[in-house]
Design a protein around this ligand. Structure first.
Ligand code: BGC
Length: 571
């Protein structure tokens, strides 16, 4: 399955867009009575040239309301100098920067955000500061777990992963343990996929939803506990790829509602599961396709045109959000593609806006959305350490390299953080958080570069010599040869990121490399065939897929073994 297509061909923008300088917005706070100190900071480089840059710093107060003024502190990692600022008073000693509240606003409500910004100078690289303190408290993006409010109607926690255990799917775990060396990861939490109506009751070798939830209660043993479920059965599913086509026809929205979402909502809403924190990943590979793979783009597919015209992705997602979001124990995260799909300027804002439209469809509101997930079942690296979007080599920007191809992002962390802000601009609540699927984006092993590429050749030599993501093309998505297990699941790893998660269970195929008859609605997508020379969605490159792959979702031992070998961090 997955990521049928990035799509954004180069769209050359003459001028780097400058983020609007938002005036300090102090939002209405929630309940302040029990909040512990906590804060979240998003530092965005809004534009940059050879010696200067502009940056905006979004500071969200997750703790008690602040009334007597606030102070933010951080260190520049390089020789940056903050110059003129706004919405705050900036001062700098060596590389230590202090920002004080503007004289006209010394308050910051619980949940409120202040948006100071500044223009600065630098030489060499312009890496972002990595740690921030607000009134002396290090901003981890979450409130420390002991003071999280307990789940209850209208009282969801900010980050469900914070201080919580996460469900280990025993069905997947058994397959992983049966592989040589597999026990090294078999105890990791992976998501449970409701990939067809029958999965609700259970299928051969996979228990049903209730049985999973009952097992989750046992594993939880009274602790705060996350259960991850993928909602993945839209009408006309996966319109730009065939490998994960689903069982419902493009017009079967009524069946999606009554035979799929309603029964799932009834189970999740059972009072006995009220204390679980159920993370629902909503419909991967659907809405982004309506942006990137529709007419008149060259990446268009007829099926995506149908799904755009009939509205059943938008209305189906709205329905799922409304039904599940109404439950006090469910946290909805909408699939937000990945940087190699929506990271181009012509895909990025349009996607956030379409998500907002879907979040308001079928009686839903944006408040049913807890956040977004990127890289689900994809292979995009978390961080490319050896080049940035701002590097120039041989008189050319990294954005002009074949690999980056005018994308605005080089990796998933930078993409996810920026997408979070874009979603807020599109109307989502300011507290939305991001998840990143890291199950197969490790790219370790002996072929992993250990330093930057040469600066003496072309920009392609530089990027290709240093990039960790070793796919043939960023748009390749099926059973990628050379991939490895990525970062282990982890709560609050970066500002704005609620967790690294393993949504795609390692070892489960993305699609068959040859046609295989089946009763799951799965098609054969040649992006899973290693001999396929590609299509406009991967700019006509070889697919990079592994040979001898079974149907999507089925166990692929050879891939599992390679993922273990190329794990990064190593196992
Ligand atoms: C398949 C699903 C499967 C999931 C997780 C998808 O590609 O279509 O059937 O559950 O991957 O492996």
């Amino acid at each position: 399955m997955r990521h049928p297509a990035k799509g954004g061909r180069a769209r050359l923008l003459a001028v780097t867009s400058v983020l609007t300088m938002i005036s300090a917005a102090v939002l209405a706070g929630g309940n302040t009575a029990s909040a512990a100190p906590g804060c979240k900071v998003e530092y965005t480089i809004t534009n940059q040239w050879s010696t200067g840059f502009g940056a905006s710093v979004a500071i969200t107060n997750l703790g008690d309301a602040i009334s007597g003024g606030w102070t933010l502190e951080f260190d520049f990692p390089g020789n940056q100098q903050a110059g003129q600022g706004w919405n705050g008073t900036f001062s700098q000693q060596a590389n230590h920067v202090t920002v004080r509240n503007p004289s006209w606003s010394g308050t910051l409500a619980t949940g409120g955000t202040a948006n100071p910004g500044f223009n600065g100078t630098y030489s060499g690289t312009n890496d972002k500061p990595t740690s921030f303190k607000l009134n002396g408290t290090t901003c981890t993006g979450t409130v420390p777990p002991p003071t999280d409010p307990p789940p209850g109607p209208g009282n969801k926690v900010d980050n469900p992963y914070s201080g919580a255990g996460v469900y280990v799917n025993p069905d997947w775990s058994a397959k992983a343990s049966a592989e040589p060396g597999g026990s090294r990861i078999a105890n990791q939490p992976t998501a449970v996929w409701m990939d067809r109506i029958a999965a609700i009751q259970g299928t051969t070798g996979a228990r049903g939803l209730r049985a999973h939830l009952d097992t989750a209660l046992t594993q939880a043993a009274g602790r705060p506990f996350v259960f991850q479920v993928v909602i993945y059965n839209l009408p006309g599913r996966d319109c730009a790829a065939l490998a994960s086509n689903g069982e419902l026809k493009p017009d079967e929205l009524p069946k999606y509602k009554s035979q799929y979402i309603d029964p799932i909502a009834a189970i999740l809403g059972d009072a006995k599961y009220a204390n679980l924190r159920i993370v629902a990943v909503i419909e991967i590979d659907s809405l982004p396709n309506l942006v990137t793979n529709v007419s008149p783009r060259p990446t268009q597919t007829p099926q995506c045109d149908v799904m755009k015209a009939n509205g059943n992705y938008v209305n189906g997602v709205g329905y799922a959000l409304a039904k599940l979001g109404a439950l006090s124990n469910v946290y909805n995260y909408i699939d937000a593609g990945h940087h190699g799909w929506l990271g181009w300027d012509d895909n990025f804002s349009a996607s956030a806006q379409l998500f907002a439209t879907a979040a308001r469809a079928s009686g839903s509101t944006v408040n049913n959305v807890h956040g977004f997930i990127s890289n689900t079942a994809n292979y995009g690296i978390l961080k490319e350490p050896y080049f940035t979007i701002n590097d120039n080599v041989g008189g050319k920007s990294v954005r002009e390299s074949k690999w980056v191809d005018w994308n605005r992002y080089t990796d998933e962390v930078s993409y996810a953080q920026a997408f979070r802000q874009e979603a807020v601009r599109a109307g989502f609540p300011s507290g939305v958080g991001m998840l990143i699927d890291t199950s197969r984006n490790g790219w370790g092993g002996s072929a992993r570069p250990t330093g930057p590429g040469p600066r003496t050749g072309t920009v392609d030599d530089f990027v290709n010599g240093g990039r960790l993501d070793r796919r043939i093309h960023l748009g390749n998505w099926c059973n990628q040869a050379g991939a490895g297990i990525g970062e282990r699941p982890k709560a609050a790893p970066e500002s704005g990121i609620d967790a690294y998660v393993w949504i795609k269970p390692p070892g489960e195929s993305d699609g068959s490399s040859k046609e295989i008859a089946n009763e799951e609605g799965k098609g054969f997508d040649r992006m899973c065939d290693p001999t396929y020379p590609g299509n406009p969605r991967n700019n006509n490159n070889m697919s990079g897929a592994k040979a001898d792959a079974p149907l999507s979702g089925h166990w692929f031992s050879a891939q599992f073994q390679e993922l273990l070998r190329n794990a990064y961090p190593a196992l």
